[in-house]
Design a protein around this ligand. Structure first.
Ligand code: ATR
Length: 282
């Protein structure tokens, strides 16, 4: 009995609705294989109305999982149903990583950590100027703002078409975050070392309005949350203007690390082999 219970609990999931586009099974499958761990990570498509029952089964052990990842549209409900969300999840009102510990369902949100780890890996020194510009004030923007603030970035300017949404985030995430309408873009970009696109601009086939990146610091980096395609229209535009363009794939890879460590007990690395594997699948 003890053995089968142990085998059963070396299992984790990603759940979303839909979930078939998730790259998480590929990422965790690669890590399981490279460590030689006899574990299992699988996608579970769960409709929103079935999500509470799914979490109840996770909590009482009948689901057979040690924990898992949660993606759209379940992140908010995962936070609400967890026994012990941490401060990061609490502030975002959303969780993407769940694990059972001491009989309690714990939850965190690793999106912000993934965002910063990607920049640290691909662009060391990205935070030198202490100034960043974030375009967009939707769901994806929150984790970015949280992470930049937690990193200690002194001045973060959030720019959005609907300035009221930017103001809400500035109020929520603290005094070094300032809200602006898009007209202010050239001014707030002046001397900044990082430009982050968190909007869906360019993803719907519509042309992206031209952005002049020249006011940024000369060694500034431009990054995008979206990673399909790898080179988004905004990244292509930045590169054509001579700026370093950092794609969003690394954010996805890095956000997966803490979950794997919680469920399977080893800390995996994000390397070029994993990156190439995911790109080959795109
Ligand atoms: P997500 O969770 O992916 O961030 P979201 O909450 O719908 O999605 O937010 C989308 C972001 O893209 C918002 O900042 C949105 O601006 P508004 O708040 O003004 O809607 C921005 N966005 C989407 N399409 C846009 C467009 N055509 N022009 C400018 N901003 C756009």
């Amino acid at each position: 009995m003890a053995d089968s219970r142990e085998t059963l609990t070396m299992r984790a999931f990603v759940t979303g609705y839909p979930v078939r586009h998730s790259r998480s099974p590929l990422i965790h499958g690669h890590w399981l294989k490279s460590f030689g761990i006899d574990g299992h990570y699988a996608a579970r498509e769960v409709a929103p109305e079935d999500f509470p029952a799914f979490i109840a089964a996770l909590k009482d052990g009948s689901g057979g999982f040690r924990g898992g990842n949660v993606t759209i549209p379940h992140k908010e409900m995962a936070f609400a149903l967890a026994d012990e969300p941490d401060g990061l999840a609490e502030e975002l009102g959303a969780a993407n990583t769940l694990w059972l510990e001491d009989g309690r369902l714990k939850a965190t949100n690793t999106d912000g950590m993934g965002f910063v780890s990607n920049l640290d890996e691909r662009r060391p020194g990205w935070d030198d100027t202490g100034r960043a510009v974030v375009l967009g004030a939707g769901g994806a923007s929150r984790a970015v703002l949280q992470a930049l603030r937690n990193r200690g970035i002194a001045e973060i300017n959030v720019v959005n078409r609907t300035v009221g949404r930017a103001r809400e985030l500035a109020d929520r995430f603290g005094p070094n975050i300032h809200a602006h309408s898009v007209e202010a873009l050239p001014e707030v970009m002046s001397g900044a070392g990082l430009f982050v696109n968190t909007t869906s601009l360019g993803m719907d086939g519509m042309p992206v309005p031209a952005i002049d990146f020249s006011p940024l610091a000369s060694n500034a980096a431009v990054t995008d949350i979206v990673y399909v395609p790898l080179k988004t229209p905004i990244l292509a535009m930045a590169e054509a203007q001579g700026f370093a363009a950092i794609d969003g794939l690394g954010m996805l890879l890095h956000q997966a690390v803490p979950g794997f460590e919680k469920w399977f007990g080893r800390r995996p690395v994000v390397d070029e082999v994993l990156r190439a594997l995911v790109i080959a699948d795109m």
